[in-house]
Ligand binder design. Structure first.
Ligand code: ADP
Ligand code: MG
Length: 301
């Protein structure tokens, strides 16, 4: 197979591992930096120009699109889809998952459990918004945030009101969420490929930190998940339309709650914590499932 890995940096752990496993299996693997692609979208024969080359005859594209280049990266991915290349995750699914509010709405529609979440555009009724999610303590999140930046725990009503008003004053889009205290500063990352959870790890926040992000000093360890957690993670990936996904769950007293679904889940943390060859499992899945023109949207999303 001829495989394009859509990534800005060939030296990143995840990109490197995908190249390695692809080559081990005898495939041709090329790393394509989406920001260096230009596209001909007017002709009946869609093309991607890359430096001096024209990209042609790729069987598979593995999108590893960073949050900061979602807009352009998904446009390049759509162009691949228009050329019949099989996307490991489709552009529409990635766009959905990058919008925290849209993803939660999709999960809610499919009946997947999540923390009670409220959203408002204007600061006129902050007390009502707080009441809707059960009152303080609450977690306030910037919709555009990643890696735990822009996620705040407000322990009291007055703290919550001031933080919400401050964010709204800056015209930042936020959501307000019930705080799942019993999760104890930990979450579960389930790595989904196709319709299976192939690896799972528990991330525990640093002492005194409610956010478990590894970027915020959290640590990861192997964990056994329950059948209910497994079912929830698979349902969440399916609701987003992602074939490969990192589903983050909080262990609450009413069962697993989905916090977010990541369309480019990192491989380093999960491979180290579980000792599994996750990149190899992704390639196995690709070998079994790839086919030309096999998207639900054919780049029309
Ligand atoms: P980001 O996209 O920045 O990673 P998350 O929504 O994943 O933002 O939140 C970061 C971390 O904060 C989570 O991994 C989790 O440990 C903690 N957290 C987020 N929401 C809640 C919540 N409602 N209750 C308890 N902890 C939460
Ligand atoms: Mg997160």
């Amino acid at each position: 197979m001829k495989i394009a890995v859509l990534s800005r940096n060939r030296h990143l752990y995840s990109t490197r591992r995908l190249i390695e496993e692809g080559i081990n299996r005898g495939h041709e693997v090329k790393v394509i930096d989406c920001l260096h692609c230009s596209m001909n979208i007017t002709s009946a024969n869609p093309r991607i120009h890359y430096h001096e080359d024209v990209l042609e005859n790729f069987d598979v594209v593995v999108p590893r699109i960073g949050a900061s280049v979602t807009f352009y990266g998904t446009a390049v991915l759509r162009q691949f889809e228009m050329m019949g290349t099989f996307p490991v995750n489709e552009s529409v699914a990635i766009t959905r998952s990058r919008d925290k509010l849209r993803s939660l709405q999709l999960l809610a529609r499919k009946g997947v459990g999540m923390p009670v979440t409220g959203f408002a555009n204007k600061p006129d009724n902050v007390p009502e918004l707080l009441k809707m999610v059960g009152g303080a303590p609450v977690v306030i999140k910037l919709l555009q945030g990643t890696q735990g930046i822009g996620v705040v725990l407000a322990e009291t009503r007055t703290a919550a009101e001031s933080v919400i008003e401050a964010f709204m004053g800056l015209k930042a889009d936020i959501l307000v969420q019930e705080f799942i205290k019993e999760a104890g500063g930990a979450d579960i990352r389930c790595f989904v490929i196709g319709d299976k959870v192939i690896a799972a790890m528990k991330r525990q926040g640093a002492e005194g930190e409610f956010r478990s992000n590894l970027h915020r000093g959290g640590s990861a360890s192997l964990v056994r998940i329950t059948p209910e957690e497994r079912k929830t993670a698979i349902a969440a990936a399916k609701a987003m339309g992602l074939n490969v996904a990192g589903v983050d769950l909080l262990r609450s007293s009413r069962g697993p709650l989905v916090m977010e679904v990541n369309s480019s889940p990192g491989l380093e943390g999960i491979e180290n914590a579980t000792g599994k060859n996750v990149a190899g499992l992704i390639l196995n899945w690709i070998e079994k499932n790839h086919a030309p023109w096999r998207t639900k949207t054919k780049g029309r999303g």
